[in-house]
Design a protein around this ligand. Structure first.
Ligand SMILES: Cc1ncc(C[n+]2csc(CCOP(=O)(O)OP(=O)(O)O)c2C)c(N)n1
Ligand SMILES: [Mg+2]
Length: 670
């Protein structure tokens, strides 16, 4: 890891101000900000102040003037409840946006200092944390992204570390087990986790619920694990320096005292998540030897911290000069900015032409795989993967190899049976920049990854979820595998585009829209079973872009049949039956509710005209559909599915053209 930046990593902050005083500045800001807000978590920042001080003054490569510098080290505060630790560090090291006024406005509306760190809101915050375990797992994705970018652009342009502060809660959460196992397998040696081993969580001492040998656990995953006194700056420095040289990911268990310095609450759960109180804070000031008023920092202390914050400016400028000389500069900048290549959409047009020419009945999961064959060449930053269902979800283009320890040139990850870690890693890949991640599993197992998907949405990250086997249409595997409530759950989640294409051409169009959706995740719900082609000409226009459109019009329609995915062909069948009975019905394919909601009233009215009977058909629960059908009819599922051949299931649950036509005719006669 010899690079132009390694010397800066070990620069002394300022010998004039001792380590303990630098760390106490963090402790004071944390307890005072929480006290003023009358809410927050003082214990963790006070306990981890020593570790964070060593990391930020001696190792972390960053530049407050350029928080987005691509080759900066990443720092993830996985235990997001300790947000004041991060805000104090950002202020002390000189991030312009993190003024003392913002520290004083901790947890107030519109401040740069919300209760938990929020990505996109506060410069220097690498991701939104708070849901325990997510930061740890997302950092694995960031460390993977670093390897992918380094493989592509070389160590001259990409050579940085990913640091995490994780708590007991982070390591108890299931996702940490998945993610640690994956990181060990891939030997992501530039990942360094500083574990706040304070033996306290909310209910009390961790001995109430936790007796893991954490170091042994991580060693078993293939990590390098050490344990230190987290209040000994020399030990911290030695451990981080050793971790930097490790050929494996590293866990440093830092034994700390929560709320270090608080006279009666230190070492107890009472300091975890509440203001310490005036008396306790006075006592802490005395114990720590910090006589200064709240929010007052002595000049020399702030100056010493600012020296530490300025360490990165020179390496950052040197890096910019290297980029300036690099042939790969335009491509690096394009990918780092998340801009798609010019003409990438030609790949979508080509896929549509192929589907139009073939006019085949195929599953939309297969169509998706075909689209990816076209996209693989056109979008070099596209990075795929699956949670052990590659062959079923069709996520691996033929010429994609898979990444493995020591080989990060390939563009595919076998994530193993680890849906949750896959989704969090995809968040890390997207946040880091350099890869546009997509990953596949069955739609039913969306629930296994939902907390990470929710963060994709909250952080507005372009992560594409390929979710196949999207209904009872998967047949014999039965109700454990048949999603019914998952579409409603996804549609209820803000910032997510949920696509359920009806045929191959719609699948290509939905992929285009997902890639264009640069400020949020997309979910593609795809069939296991074949669906007939609805669209047989490759229109230049992306008809799915409006969310819903008329696939089969009718003059003087009395009925509007609205369907998604595999049920659009059910609607078309019903339309024919109704026509034979003298009832005109139009059919609307509605691949994406969210995009339809963005259309103007006139367009919406043209697709779903007032005065027609609305019938929605979707092999899932009704929740949400009432918005479109008014007092019309819903044909779908009202409970779990069953194990049987597909045709029997659709008949059994009454999702057939005949049932739809009959329900519509009966209603019109009433
Ligand atoms: C997924 C999740 N579950 C529960 C919580 C609520 N919560 C916040 S902190 C915490 C545990 C506190 O213990 P630890 O992680 O060791 O932090 P410490 O008290 O040592 O700072 C819990 C359960 C959460 N933030 N995320
Ligand atoms: Mg703890």
């Amino acid at each position: 890891m010899a690079s132009a930046t390694s010397s800066a990593r070990s620069a002394e902050a300022s010998p004039a101000v001792p380590h303990a005083v630098l760390a106490n500045a963090i402790r004071a800001l944390a307890m005072d900000a929480v006290e003023k807000a009358k809410s927050g978590h003082p214990g963790m920042p006070m306990g981890m102040a020593d570790v964070a001080t060593v990391l930020f003054t001696k190792f972390l490569k960053f530049d407050p003037e350029k928080p987005d510098w691509p080759d900066r080290d990443r720092f993830v505060l996985s235990a997001g409840h300790g947000s004041m630790l991060l805000y104090a560090l950002l202020h002390l090291t000189g991030y312009p946006a993190m003024t003392m006024a913002e520290i004083e406005r901790f947890r107030q509306l519109g401040s740069a200092t919300p209760g938990h760190p929020e990505y996109g809101h506060t410069p220097g915050v690498e991701m939104t944390t708070g849901p325990l375990g997510q930061g740890f797992a997302t950092a694995v994705g960031m460390a993977l992204a670093e390897r992918l970018m380094a493989a592509r652009f070389g160590a001259e342009l990409v050579d940085h570390l990913t640091y995490v502060i994780a708590s007991d809660g982070d390591l108890m959460e299931g996702i940490s087990h998945e993610a640690a196992s994956l990181a060990g397998h891939l030997r992501l040696h530039k990942l360094i986790v500083l574990y706040d081993d304070n033996q306290i969580s909310i209910d009390g001492p961790t001995s109430l619920s936790f007796s893991d040998d954490t170091a042994a656990r991580f060693r078993a995953y293939g990590w390098n694990a050490t344990a230190i006194d987290g209040h000994d700056p020399k030990a911290i420095e030695t451990a981080i320096a050793a971790a930097q040289k490790s050929d494996r990911p590293s866990l440093i268990a830092c034994r700390t005292t929560i709320a270090y310095g608080a006279p009666t609450k230190a070492g107890t759960a009472a300091s975890h998540g509440a203001a310490l109180g005036e008396k306790e804070i006075l006592g802490a000031r005395e114990k720590l030897g910090w006589p200064h008023a709240p929010f007052q920092l002595p000049k020399d202390v702030l100056a010493a911290w600012r020296v530490a914050g300025a360490r990165g400016a020179e390496p950052r400028r040197a890096w910019e000069a290297r980029l300036g000389r690099a042939d790969a500069k335009p491509e690096f900048e394009r990918i780092a900015a998340g801009r798609l290549p010019v003409k990438w959409a030609d790949a979508i047009a080509a896929a549509k032409q192929k589907f139009a020419a073939e006019k085949k009945t195929i599953a939309t999961r297969q169509a998706s795989g075909d689209v990816l064959e076209f996209l693989a060449g056109a979008v070099p930053e596209l990075f795929g993967g699956s949670a052990d269902l590659t062959g079923s979800v069709n996520t691996k283009p033929k010429n994609f190899a898979h990444v493995k320890a020591g080989d990060f040139a390939p563009r595919y990850a076998y994530y193993g049976v680890r849906e949750h870690a896959m989704a969090a890693a995809m968040n890390g890949l997207a946040l880091h920049k350099g890869a546009i991640p997509y990953g596949g599993t069955f739609l039913i197992f969306m629930d296994y990854l939902k907390p990470a998907l929710r963060l994709s949405a909250l952080m507005r990250q372009r992560v594409i979820y390929v979710l196949t086997h999207d209904s009872i249409g998967l047949g014999e595997d039965g109700p454990t595998h048949q999603p019914v409530e998952q579409l409603a759950s996804l549609r209820a989640t803000p910032n997510v585009l949920v696509f359920r294409p009806a045929d191959a051409i719609e699948t290509a169009e939905c992929w285009q829209l997902a890639l264009d959706h640069a400020d949020g995740p997309s979910a593609l719900a795809l069939t296991r079973q074949g669906v007939p082609p609805l669209r047989t000409t490759a229109t230049g226009e992306n008809l799915c872009a409006r969310g819903a459109y008329v696939v089969a019009p009718a003059d003087n329609a009395r009925v509007t049949l609205i369907a998604t995915g595999s049920e659009v062909s059910v609607a078309l069948g019903a339309r024919e039956i109704l026509a034979r009975n003298g009832i005109a019905a139009s059919v609307v394919s509605m691949p994406c509710w969210e995009l339809f909601e963005r259309q103007d009233a006139a367009y919406k009215e043209s697709v779903m005209p007032r005065g027609t009977l609305k019938v929605a058909i979707e092999a899932a629960v009704r929740l949400g559909w009432d918005r479109y059908i008014g007092d019309g009819i819903f044909i779908g599922m009202d409970g779990f599915g069953a194990s049987a051949p597909i045709a029997d299931l659709y008949r059994h649950f009454g999702i057939t053209a005949e049932a739809v036509a009959q329900a519509a005719s009966a209603r019109l006669k009433r």
